[in-house]
Design a binder for this molecule. Structure first.
Ligand code: G3H
Ligand code: 13P
Ligand code: ZN
Length: 316
């Protein structure tokens, strides 16, 4: 059942965070639904601009609609990840999305306010909610590379001004995470002090953590042992998710970890079975492994086991 992100946030706030998982193909969608039902978790399925243009965005919409039919007990929201203004309008008009993200974080402050405000007006008119972003994460996204020295943590006072002026429904904050598999050149640092200040400025307001893959070292080692070259990859300590949730983080974005599962499964499969060439053989393994990965991640997020409560909460 597709619901609004807002409703999911209302239930989660202060208690747990929802996993927001990026998908690009059939196998990810199938694994995602299985994993969330396995762990009885509500979730957010998110589609990036890159995912929409990988083939045709209509494939992904059709696959998600079909998964909704196959798994009617699933409760989830559909979200545009890192949208620009035009893509936000396209998603708002499509009637399929629960929420959109307008990412004006690279723009000067006033321009970010202005574009976010325009998208909020268009989205609210159609009953959708909007995630905006303030501050800059390091790492790679949509082929834009931001090095750590240029990443800017969110200013708590500015965050309040931004939310008041734009009317956005949730805010992605930069508190030390970064996109991709190579986070933290030094030791890991989530700035909980900054998060606490943001929550004081915006009590009860849903916050979002991007760049939150944990880049499990076991995955990296297995990928490297099967011919990959990912030395130095590292990520966020997933045991910190619960603390972030108590400080107002209701949505935690995870993409890279799923890609690592895919890479490990396929590299190991073809290393161990050089004579095989049926794409469904590693595909079947991937769907099981991805489902297990999602179920485990939801334990860290605290969303595991929440599905019956959420069902009551939304009156389904
Ligand atoms: O933050 C970016 C997400 O990981 C989506 O990545 O733009 O390569 O689909 P993508
Ligand atoms: P990761 O690269 O850490 O998985 O972050 C994904 C993300 O923030 C998607 O918006
Ligand atoms: Zn992101």
């Amino acid at each position: 059942m597709i619901v609004t992100t807002k409703k999911l946030f209302e239930h989660a706030y202060g208690k747990y965070a929802l996993g927001a998982y990026n998908i690009n193909n059939l196998e990810q969608i199938e694994g995602l639904f299985r994993g969330n039902l396995q762990s009885q978790a509500p979730f957010i399925i998110q589609i990036s601009k890159g995912a929409r243009s990988y083939t045709n965005k209509l494939y992904l919409e059709a696959l998600i609609r079909t998964a909704d039919q196959i798994y009617p007990e699933a409760i989830f929201a559909v979200h545009l990840d890192h949208g620009d203004e035009a893509t936000c309008y396209d998603c708002i008009e499509s009637g399929f999305y629960s929420s959109v993200m307008i990412d004006g974080s690279m723009l000067p402050y006033e321009e970010n306010v202005a574009v976010t405000k325009r998208v909020v007006e268009a989205a609210h008119a159609k009953g959708l909610v909007v995630e905006a972003e303030l501050g800059q994460l390091g790492g790679v996204e949509e082929h834009i590379q931001v090095d750590e020295s240029n990443a800017k943590l969110t200013d708590p006072k500015q965050a309040r001004d931004f939310v008041e002026r734009t009317g956005c429904d949730s805010l992605a904050v930069a508190i030390g995470t970064s996109h991709g598999a190579f986070k933290f050149s030094g030791t890991q640092s989530l700035h909980f002090d900054v998060l606490e200040q943001i929550q004081k400025e915006l009590p009860g307001f849903p916050l979002v953590m991007h760049g939150s893959s944990s880049v499990p070292q076991e995955e990296v080692e297995r990928i490297n042992a099967a011919g990959g070259k990912l030395s130095g990859a590292k990520g966020v300590d997933a045991t910190q998710f619960r603390k972030a949730a108590t400080l107002g983080v209701t949505k935690i974005n995870i993409d890279t970890d799923g890609r690592l599962v895919w890479t490990r499964v396929h590299r190991e499969f073809f290393r161990d079975h050089p004579e095989k060439f049926d794409l469904r053989d590693p595909g079947k393994i991937f769907m099981v492994e991805y489902a297990n990965f999602i179920a485990k991640k939801n334990e860290y997020l605290g969303s595991a086991g929440q599905l019956p409560e959420v069902r009551k909460f939304i009156g389904a």
